[in-house]
Design a protein around this ligand. Structure first.
Ligand code: KMH
Ligand code: ZN
Length: 273
């Protein structure tokens, strides 16, 4: 199996604002152009959240349809829809766009604090999202924010509700969940079933350190404004593509090339297009 690096760009998110990051893409054409630039730079997956033109988060079908069509017209980047949405959204809103059959969709395996808020993923919520993911034949990305979510993964694998090989995303550094430390990344990477693959999304200023560790460990990397808006202390990135370019530079220094879209499909066991 190739050791190419799958780079996911989470370039929109649900929480970051234009006031914080002026380059945040909101309109379908802006998101498509941004994800196209990231794909040109070496990203193979685009993690998609919806925004209304005024920037408020939405998971509604019409927004996702417009994003999805615009992204597809600009680049071949794989589309991974968020089912997390924004904190406080109801389950049905979070999953209504899955009828568009994206390549992947996220599935967070537990509830955690999220700053001052609570990101709700009770077992009934997880089951409802997983059922909809299965209904449309979508490949889940299992989002792990905290240690307890690994225990829930074990239960779901044991019951046959999840099957290996599966792909995990370790989201490390959310205030209120697991910290972005080397020890946590190693522990999480060792805790998933054999044959599974993983990505790390380091939040805030730990993004590049976490990415560098993942590159060295044989994992994969997520970057983008959803997780971090600064290129370095005090310097806002002018595009998500800057993060992708940096990860590609680091990966090449240790002998890993960015995965093309077909390579990412093969590495993550996605159906052939
Ligand atoms: N916006 C966060 C509360 C996901 O995309 O699946 C949740 C989130 C996870 O972003
Ligand atoms: Zn997200």
């Amino acid at each position: 199996m190739s050791d190419a690096l799958v780079i996911t760009v989470a370039g929109v998110g649900a929480e970051v604002t234009r006031a914080q990051q002026p380059a945040l893409p909101l309109l379908p054409a802006e998101v498509a152009e941004e994800y196209g630039r990231c794909c040109d730079a070496g990203a193979s997956i685009g993690h998609v959240h919806g925004r209304r033109p005024d920037g408020t988060p939405t998971q509604d079908l019409a927004t996702f349809r417009a994003y999805s069509e615009a992204i597809r017209a600009r680049s071949p980047i794989l589309q991974q829809f968020s089912t997390g949405g924004a904190v406080g959204m109801g389950v049905e809103e979070r999953i209504e766009a899955l009828s568009l059959c994206p390549d992947m969709a996220t599935l967070t395996l537990g509830t955690c604090n999220f700053g001052d808020d609570v990101f709700e993923n009770s077992l009934p919520t997880i089951r409802a999202i997983l059922e909809r993911i299965r209904k449309f034949g979508i490949v889940p990305e299992l989002e792990i924010f905290d240690d307890g979510m690994l225990a829930t993964a074990d239960v779901l694998f044991a019951k046959g509700l999840l099957t290996a090989p599966a792909h995990f995303d370790f989201v490390l550094g959310v205030p209120g969940a697991a910290a972005a430390t080397a020890e946590n990344l190693l522990h999480f990477a060792r805790s998933i079933p054999a044959g599974c693959t993983w990505t790390v999304a380091g939040i805030g200023r730990r993004q590049t350190a976490m990415a560098t560790m993942a590159i060295a460990m044989g994992g994969h990397v997520r970057v983008g404004f959803e997780d971090n808006i600064y290129l370095r202390k005090g310097e806002l990135a002018d595009s998500n593509a800057r993060f992708v370019e940096r990860v590609v530079r680091i990966a090449r220094e240790v002998g890993r090339e960015p995965a093309s879209v077909p390579e990412a499909r093969a590495l993550l066991s996605l159906p052939v297009a």
